[in-house]
Design a protein around this ligand. Sequence first.
Ligand code: PSU
Ligand code: MN
Length: 308
Amino acid sequence: MTINKNYEKYLEFSDEVKKAKKENKPIVALESTIISHGMPYPKNLETAKACEDIIRKAGAVPATTAIINGKIKVGLSEEELEFMASSKGIIKTSSRDIPYIIANKLNGGTTVASTIIVSRLAGIKIFVTGGIGGVHRGAEKTFDISRDLEELAANDIMIVCAGCKSILDIGLTLEYLETKGVSVLGYKTEKMPAFFTKSSQFKVDYKINDPKEAAEIAKAKWNLDIKGGILLANPIPDEDSMDEQAIDKAIEDALKEAEEKGIHGKETTPYLLSKVLEETKGKSLEANIALVKNNAKIGAEVAKYIYE
Ligand code: PSU
Ligand code: MN
């Protein structure tokens, strides 16, 4: 876990993460676009804090990443979390946004893509989120494929998520991951989870049965220097899973509205998320919170073996 000296001036580690690095403790990264653009205040803040605590309780150290005032933060203080959760004007920051935001001393919520970059710079091997970006429905016309997939393909990282929302084309997302060499593992499942529901019609590559197995697979990949990260897809717990028809309808409606309004580019994902939330009267948010917490728990368990 060494930091390349050239990066050092851009990075700022929290005391907790600094200490964890010194003591070689397992560190788990967390993204912050989910806080700034993925959930409304104050649930976003409560969820971010709860996830960090779950990771601590499981014996690992959380490192929520963000860009604040042009500094790449690895680990946020309570005040910084509050800032990310409640401020207006935070920029959704994917890979290509990072240099501009740093140069202009702006504030950015890191997406999966940019959190992967920050994790690499900080020597973090695993990160937890809700859902990754992917190939959007209709991508054959719009070319809308999330940068998340490219960074996942290019870096040695494991991401724990609950699959991807069916606002995306799950089948095409899996095909893309296959092309890019990303291993897709199902945590105690053979089916790719669909975020709000436990499964989709698509299969993962391999079902794994415990955190240690996931870590062993990651280590084999990294030791052999095989390009392409690892996606650990962990289904939403039974009791939090949503009614499939209700969520499918909400997503269909949201997609239709986005098209009518001409929403595109980086606005698409946040727009669809907020529309689905509206139509499900907040139920989708509760499910979202439950699944992120569930991922935090599994992520911390895997982290304990992955740094060995
Ligand atoms: N999916 C969710 N919630 C989110 C996101 C995705 O269920 O908050 C966020 C993540 O930060 C992800 C980003 O990396 O959206 C993907 O955006 P885009 O599709 O524009 O690449
Ligand atoms: Mn996109």
